[in-house]
Design a protein around this ligand. Structure first.
Ligand SMILES: [Cu+2]
Length: 365
């Protein structure tokens, strides 16, 4: 006997949605042509601008380690005078916006990020799109470490002031955690306009990328951890910033020569996330939180830093320690079980650098 089956209803709107989605996927898949690229499943999109700010290396106006106002030592770097720029400097930093109109700033995820740009997060197998708008007055770029790009997306060409460029990076297996890593691995990104001698880095354009194992990115942290924290140990050498002339003109009225050795020393801002003498304070850590620290370094041969936590130890690459040894442009990941509550120092252990202000605080409540 022949049974007549009802024909399935034809749904025109479902077909339309399918066609639109298919076209969108096709378009995105065409972005990168390097043969090593994986097929993107998820795009993570960020709207990042480079913009000029008046940066303050010690906004509380105090040495938060001693609890005192600035003395002679702090004044060397932070006191403004006719031959000193002091604590306020014009800098260019990366800031995140909500969309392509670049009208609404996204708040930083925490104040302890200091001058660091927004964290760019993705899982292995995703692709990253960064819409970059240069709101500053020099050509700047975004050069990422660790992710996969072709030469158009390497970020070594300056994007002109007032213009926008969209970077597209893939996140392959080689961008994510290896055997001895935890559930995520961090990378640095920074401006990298070669013809400027990397003076764009000293302008302040630095941030972090975090790549998670597939399925581990959970609300801005790995799902097996409670918190993420980011710390850049760097001597911000304002002598080598693109904004040196502007800073001299604005804050010293050009009453000093670039060759004055005391002026040069005063411009070496020994900082954590662009903040000195305890003005960077890592907060929102609760007792027994599992905290993943991403600890970074950039700069030159003086930027060999030994980042040391008081109060708690960490594990890094499977070993127990309380000091990470950093050199220019590396980023180390360390996990802390923050079971010792207190208000603790987190500082570079090089003696000169401590005295010059490379000390932060972290609080475990
Ligand atoms: Cu140091």
């Amino acid at each position: 006997m022949l049974v007549q089956k009802p024909l399935p209803k034809f749904n025109i709107s479902a077909l339309l949605i399918f066609v639109v989605l298919f076209a969108a996927c096709k378009k995105d898949k065409n972005i990168l042509t390097t043969s090593t690229l994986i097929t993107p499943t998820t795009f993570r999109t960020y709207y990042v601008a480079a913009e000029e700010v008046e940066w303050n290396y010690a906004p509380t106006g105090m040495n938060q380690i001693t609890g005192n106002v600035f003395g002679n030592k702090e004044g060397t770097y932070l006191q403004n005078d006719t031959d000193r720029v002091g604590k306020k400097n014009i800098k260019a930093i990366y800031r995140e916006y909500t969309d392509a109109t670049f009208t609404k700033l996204k708040p930083q995820e925490s104040a302890d990020m200091g001058l660091l740009g927004p964290v760019i997060r993705a899982e292995v197998g995703d692709s990253i799109k960064v819409v970059f708008k240069n709101k500053a007055s020099f050509p700047f770029s975004i050069h990422p470490h660790g992710v996969v790009y072709d030469s158009n997306n390497e970020g070594i060409t300056g994007i002109l002031p007032g213009t926008t460029f969209t970077y597209q990076w893939a996140v392959g297996e080689n961008s994510g955690p290896a055997v001895r890593d935890g559930s995520s691995v961090g990378w640095i990104y920074h401006s990298h306009v070669m013809e400027e001698d990397n003076k764009d880095i000293y302008a302040g354009l630095v941030g972090a990328i975090v790549i998670y194992r597939k399925g581990y990115l959970d609300q801005n942290k790995p799902k097996d951890m409670d918190k993420e924290k980011f710390a850049l140990f760097m001597i911000m050498d304002e002598n080598n910033s693109l904004y040196l002339s502007a800073n001299k003109a604005k804050y010293t009225l050009n009453h000093v020569s670039n060759d004055d050795p005391d002026f040069q020393e005063s411009n070496l801002k020994h900082s954590v996330n662009g903040l000195m003498y305890g003005n960077c304070k890592f907060t929102a850590i609760k007792a027994n939180d599992k905290v993943r620290w991403y600890v970074m370094d950039l700069g030159n041969e003086l930027d060999n830093h030994t980042a040391h936590w008081h109060g708690n130890t960490v594990t890094a690459s499977g070993s127990r320690t309380d000091v990470l040894y950093l050199g220019p442009a590396n980023l180390l990941t360390a996990d802390m079980n923050a079971n010792n509550a207190g208000n603790w120092q987190f500082h570079c252990h090089v003696n000169d650098h401590i005295a010059a202000g490379m000390i932060a605080l972290y609080e475990v409540k």
